[in-house]
Design a binder for this molecule. Structure first.
Ligand SMILES: NC(=O)c1ccc[n+]([C@@H]2O[C@H](COP(=O)([O-])OP(=O)(O)OC[C@H]3O[C@@H](n4cnc5c(N)ncnc54)[C@H](O)[C@@H]3O)[C@@H](O)[C@H]2O)c1
Ligand SMILES: [Zn+2]
Ligand SMILES: [Zn+2]
Length: 346
């Protein structure tokens, strides 16, 4: 099989002749990948900011067709078109029953392996084929109304952004700020709009990304320097993850407000002291999004038109051949103007 392989910081290779994934448990499915997203989360190991095991196929955002199912899979059959959320979940454990499918006791993240562990992690989506554990409770059928770029956003960025906004407790009519305008932040603009934000402030150092935020309905788009002077708001999404973005996001949060930290964190400490947090009556929300739990609400909002798909604005490269994956990583990591979301195609 052909796929990308993570070989260490700055090194993603195209490899032919990878071992063919196969059904390993009766609850597995095999999926033929049609398109796989390249995500800011792939950049943390690539940029050496997050330790990760080498030899793993990266990628965790796949849309594809079921090829084969294990004996206990009942909800899907070969030929079904599916969304593969970025982590697996069982639907039955205590965390899943509370809706925290991101922290399923049996869950695994696609495309990432622990740096020094006996197991190598779960191979990801940037390959021709993908093994999906716990298929019945992980996969979601692709609704007919969904175009492919939107479908890929639905495996991660869009439900992640939806959940990030949900965690701020945004009430219709409130103002919101989004710090960081990659695909997650841009999706958060669309989600905040859909959830009734009255005014949206978007922040990113990259002018091209600010322009896209305006296209998606942000009222103002500012550089981080300019944003320090804006009036604080009660709902802030931190979708950048750097220490500077952390402190900017907290500084933009009004007393009694919530800063929803959706970026993967790679620093040991967060840029706020306990005293500052106390003095601002600050609520901080952190963590991986429970895509499997949140996706039905996002799909419903897309179907009814309550949520306008941001794919046309943020998926800048919907058709990158998988063999150009290493170059795609390089361009994405460099934040080249005009490059936001790239989809790799086997
Ligand atoms: N919690 C989850 O479940 C989840 C899911 C998906 C992605 N993520 C994380 O969300 C984050 C965003 O993902 P993405 O794909 O949009 O990544 P991305 O790298 O494309 O976007 C990050 C953006 O932050 C901007 N930025 C950097 N410093 C900034 C600053 N000081 N102020 C404002 N903006 C700044 C960058 O210019 C960039 O546009 C990443 O950390 C990713 O790992 C989390
Ligand atoms: Zn992702
Ligand atoms: Zn579970």
């Amino acid at each position: 099989m052909r796929g990308l392989v993570f070989e260490g910081a700055g090194e993603v290779l195209v490899v032919d002749g990878l071992p063919e994934p196969r059904i390993e448990a009766a609850t597995d499915a095999l999926v033929a990948v049609e398109a796989a997203g390249l995500c800011g989360s792939d950049l943390h190991p690539y940029l050496g900011a997050e330790p990760a095991g080498i030899g793993v196929v990266p990628g965790h955002e796949a849309v594809g067709r079921v090829l084969e199912v294990g004996a206990q899979v009942t909800a899907y059959r070969p030929g079904d078109r599916v969304l593969v959320p970025f982590s697996t979940s069982c639907s039955a454990c205590e965390a899943c029953r509370r809706g925290v499918t991101a922290r399923c006791s049996r869950g695994q993240l696609f495309g990432w392996g622990p740096p020094e562990a006996p197991q190598r992690g779960l191979d990801g989506a940037q390959a021709e084929r993908l093994r999906v554990p716990l298929a019945d409770s992980t996969l979601v059928a692709v609704p007919d109304h969904l175009d492919e770029p939107t479908a890929v956003l639905c495996t991660d960025n869009l439900p992640t952004a939806w959940e990030a906004v949900e965690r701020t407790g945004l009430a219709p009519g409130a103002a919101a700020s989004v710090v960081g305008l990659g695909a997650v932040g841009l999706c958060a603009i669309a989600a905040a709009r859909a959830r009734g934000a009255q005014r949206i402030i978007a922040v990113d150092p990259v002018a091209d990304r600010r322009e896209r935020a305006l296209q998606l309905g942000a009222d103002v788009a500012l550089s981080p320097e300019a944003a320090t002077d804006t009036a604080p708001v009660t709902c802030v999404v931190e979708a950048a993850g750097t220490p500077a973005a952390q402190s900017l996001a907290v500084g933009m949060t009004a007393p009694g407000g919530t800063c929803s930290v959706i970026a993967v964190q790679t620093t040991q400490r967060f840029a706020v002291t306990a005293i500052e947090a106390y003095d601002r009556n600050l609520t901080l929300a952190f963590g991986r999004a429970s895509v499997r739990r949140t996706l039905p609400a996002v799909l419903a909002a897309l179907r009814t038109g309550g949520l306008a798909s941001p794919a046309g604005v943020c998926v800048t490269h919907p058709d990158v051949p998988l063999v150009e994956g290493p170059e795609a990583y390089r361009r994405f990591a460099a934040r080249e103007p005009g490059v936001v979301k790239m989809l790799l195609r086997p």
